[in-house]
Structures are given as C-alpha cells and as structure tokens.
Write a protein that binds this ligand. Structure first.
Ligand SMILES: *Cc1c(COP(=O)(O)O)cnc(C)c1O
Length: 386
C-alpha cells in the first residue's frame, strides 16, 4: 500500500478559523466587506508594525495589478521584474499593456542582481524608456539584497513593488517583509505560509493609497446615490468569509514560521554530510520564514547523482518536490521581453529542488523524506562522504 502523500506545502488550519467564519454566517456578512475584512487588515497592520496600511484583496496577483496601477503604469510602459519568480509577479504588468524587463538573480539570495538591475535601468534609459517600477521578490521567503536594491531605486527614482507573497513572517534587519518597498504585496493562496483559501493584500505607508486601492478594488464607485463611475474599476476585494479564515490564521502565523524554519533546519541536518548538495540559506542580516526549503544538487560533486533523480525517487515514494521556478525570460509567453543578466537563474533552475516544507509535517513524514535522501546519496553511491 502506498503511504499518504507528503505535499510540498499544504494548508494548515489552526482551529480558530471557524469561529470567525461562523460569525460571518451568524451576522450574514457574506460579502466582500464586513468586520472580518477590517479585522484581518488590522491584525496584519499590527503584525507588520510601523505605520503601514493594509488593503485585503482577492489575491496577491490582484494586489500586484493594483500596485502597478496606483504607481501610474500604463500601456507602452516598461516595468522591471525579477526573472526567477512565479509568473504572477510578471503577468499583471502585461494586463496593463506594459512590458516586463526581466533581471537575473545573484547567487546569494537568488533574488534581483543589483549589477544586472543597474545595467538594465541605464540601458532602458539610453533607449528612451525609463522603467516605471521595479518588482522585487523575496524568493521562498528569503529577503532580497535590500540595501543594494533600495540604493538603485533611490538613485534612479524608480519605486519598488515588494512582492512579499512568499515572505510574510520574514524580515530584513528587523523590518518586516511587506513593509520594505514603496508598495508591498502579500498572498494568502492555499500553498502560502498562511491562507484564506485564496486572497492577498496590498501594504502601503500612505493612507491615501490604501483608500485609492480599496476604491479601485470595489468597482470604482463615485460618491453618488446611483452607480456612477469616472474610472475603470475592479472586483478585487477580499470576502468577509475568507477574511475570517485569515483572522484565525493570524493566530498561528508565528507557529507556522517556527515550523517552517524547523523544516529548514531538518534539511540542513540531513544534507550536512552529503557532498555536492547545499541548502539555500538567508544571509545574517535577514530572518527568513523559509516558506519553501530549497536545495542545489551539483552533479559534478555528487558522483553523478542529479536533482532529477532525487525528484523522481521522491515521486515514487509519494513525496512531492518541485524544481525551482522556471525563470520568466525562459518562458515561451515572455520570449520577446528584454532580459539583463547571465545564466545564474537558469543554472539555479537546472540544479535546484524545492523540498516538502509544510508547517504540518510529522516526524514520521520527515523520516520518510530522510530515508529517500539516504538511500540515494549514501547507500547508492556506497560512499559516506566527508
Ligand atoms: C503566490 C505568488 C504570487 C501570487 O499570489 P496569488 O495570491 O496566488 O495571486 C505572486 N508572487 C509570488 C512570488 C508568489 O509566490
């Protein structure tokens, strides 16, 4: 009989969610507004600290779309975007008729390479088109090189949209991810560190931007007794039922971060004596939520064992693992977009694997993972390395 599936990252309910959802039913607030929506926003504002304002939306993608809109991105514009990311970082640029300009990763945080970023900005300016925004991602919850990227953003006066979809609970020098960019976005999709089944949020320091975002997210209705519109609106607000799940999830967010970090420590431990495999780690100025733990398998140092062999062996044992995000500049749909950099992201994609990282994995499940790793790297090669 096959063992139960071990997922890469599955929803993990804390138990308090149903109380808030029940409240929504009891009070008949089954709508894209209500006390859970504002309650969830306040929970997030408190958690993120500082003077931030949060707008709860239907998805992280919707939050990115509205972030670009309020920064004035229009058809024909160009927007810089990290190449190594999920497609949702780039798609909203195209929704607006703008063009993404993709940037390579650096090898430490796997995020925006400051050198390639500055080259790109200078080159686009030379070509007569200054990019309107920089979409910077904290990949797998590991913060990007904040100081270097902020310095470039300041120097060229191009705002940062901080795609913190994977990084709720991470921070850079004590500052919470989501509050670092000019505008931040979060995701509460089913696979993220906390979930509202589906949902997202936009984070801003400017209450006027929040007001504008909520206005656009609720069909851009002007003040009038009838329905009147002087702008194109969107139906992007979070529902009060989903926000109820979010309020319950906020009660367990810190536990989830702890559990994900424990999974990361588990991988550091099981791979510590395996030559040619490195576990992706944040630098000392960062605190990562390790939404997903990822490894790099260097075939030239593992006696020929590849990332793909490990992935297939996991699959055989009903354990989900997945190659890193395929860089956007290698995606057929973005083939014609400009790209700046070398082959860092491409090489990470070829050698990297995301490991099961859920906050709800059991000791028994960790043993199953460890056994696959030991069978392949230790028993197979008949060599206890190091
Ligand atoms: C999940 C994710 C998004 C999109 O969030 P949704 O809520 O699924 O729309 C955007 N960017 C990154 C990096 C993500 O991982």
């Amino acid at each position: 009989m096959k063992s139960d599936k071990i997922w890469l990252s599955s929803p993990h309910m804390g138990g308090g969610e149903q109380k808030y959802v029940q409240e929504a039913f009891d009070t008949n607030w089954i709508a894209p507004l209500g006390p859970n929506v504002s309650g969830f926003e306040q929970d997030l504002e408190r958690y993120l600290g500082g003077q931030c304002h949060v707008a709860a939306l239907s998805s992280g993608t919707a939050a990115l779309h509205l972030a670009l809109l309020v920064l004035g991105v229009q058809a024909g514009d160009e927007v810089i975007c990290q190449s190594m990311t999920f497609s949702a970082s780039a798609n909203p640029i195209v929704y607006l008729g703008a063009t993404p300009v993709f940037i390579d990763s650096e090898t430490t945080t796997w995020n925006l390479c400051p050198i390639a970023l500055e080259n790109a900005i200078q080159d686009r300016i030379r070509l007569g088109k200054k990019p309107k925004a920089i979409v910077a991602v904290h990949l797998y919850g590991v913060p990007f090189q904040v100081e270097a990227i902020q310095a470039i953003s300041k120097k060229y006066e191009i705002p940062i949209i901080e795609d913190s979809a994977e990084a709720l609970g991470s921070s850079y020098q004590q500052q919470k991810c989501g509050t670092i960019g000019d505008i931040g976005i979060l995701s509460f999709n089913g696979n993220k560190i906390i979930t509202t089944s589906g949902g997202g949020a936009l984070v801003t320091k400017d209450p006027k931007i929040k007001e504008k975002v909520v206005f656009l997210a609720t069909q851009a209705r002007d003040q009038a007794p009838h329905y009147q519109h002087s702008e194109i609106g969107y139906n992007y607000r979070m529902s009060n039922v989903c926000a109820g799940i979010g309020r319950g999830q906020m009660e367990v967010l810190e536990n989830h971060v702890r559990a994900r970090r424990a999974m990361h420590a588990f991988y550091l431990d099981i791979f510590k004596n395996i030559k040619g495999v490195t576990v992706f780690q944040a630098t000392s100025e960062s605190y990562a939520n390790y939404w997903l733990s990822a490894i790099i398998v260097e075939e030239s140092k593992t006696n020929g064992i590849t990332r793909e062999q490990l992935r297939l062996l996991f699959e055989k044992e009903n354990i989900e693992s997945r190659p890193l995000w395929k860089p956007m500049h290698l995606q057929p749909v973005f083939a014609n977009c400009p790209y700046y950099g070398t082959q860092i992201a491409e090489s990470l994609f070829e050698k990297g694997l995301c490991m099961p990282s859920g906050s709800n994995l059991t000791d028994r499940e960790r043993e199953r993972i460890q056994k696959v790793v030991a069978d392949l790297f230790l028993n197979n090669s008949n060599e206890l390395q190091q």
